[in-house]
Write a protein that binds this ligand. Structure first.
Ligand code: HEC
Length: 127
């Protein structure tokens, strides 16, 4: 009688252990369902998302006493003019009718372009 009870107890613990071990799988949502990388166009600022990009990709030509295309892009006032006349968005998107920029360089990545577009759409705030 006692031996039979002991058997049940062992069986019970055995099963519990197996169930617990089986439930310990490592699933994380990113591995199961890969998400496309997100591009945050909601928290865009001039200083962080526009000026830094232009400084890194454009002012090498568009600054100084004889800027390329006679267009300086070193500060907010300069950049707003290009943003508002459509040339900034035209050139970075390589739209026809605009000289593709950065000139002779690789197109800016999609997310960077989207952020600059979001800044223009927001009314070119100086933030
Ligand atoms: C290697 C030098 C160089 C770089 C880098 C460069 N540009 Fe230019 N950009 C020029 C030249 C030269 C012109 C005059 C037009 C031409 O020759 O294509 C010009 C013209 C422009 C124009 C006027 C285009 C038009 O059709 O009226 C805009 C706007 C402009 N650039 C924006 C930018 C922006 C924004 C960047 C950075 C993403 C940039 N450029 C990077 C050389 C450069």
């Amino acid at each position: 009688m006692k031996a039979k009870l002991l058997k049940y107890v062992f069986f019970f613990f055995g099963m519990t252990t197996i169930i617990l071990l089986n439930s310990c799988t490592y699933d994380n949502i990113e591995d199961l369902y890969p998400q496309p990388p997100t591009c945050d166009t909601l928290n865009v600022t001039f200083a962080q998302d526009v000026l830094t990009v232009i400084d890194a990709n454009c002012t090498v030509c568009h600054s100084g006493s004889a800027p390329s295309g006679n267009l300086s892009l070193t500060n907010y006032a300069d950049i707003v003019v290009a943003a508002q006349n459509g040339s900034l968005i035209g050139v970075i998107n390589h739209r026809s009718g605009w000289s593709p920029m950065p000139k002779n360089g690789a197109k800016l990545d999609e997310c960077t372009i989207k952020k600059i577009e979001a800044w223009v759409a927001a009314g070119t705030p100086n933030n």
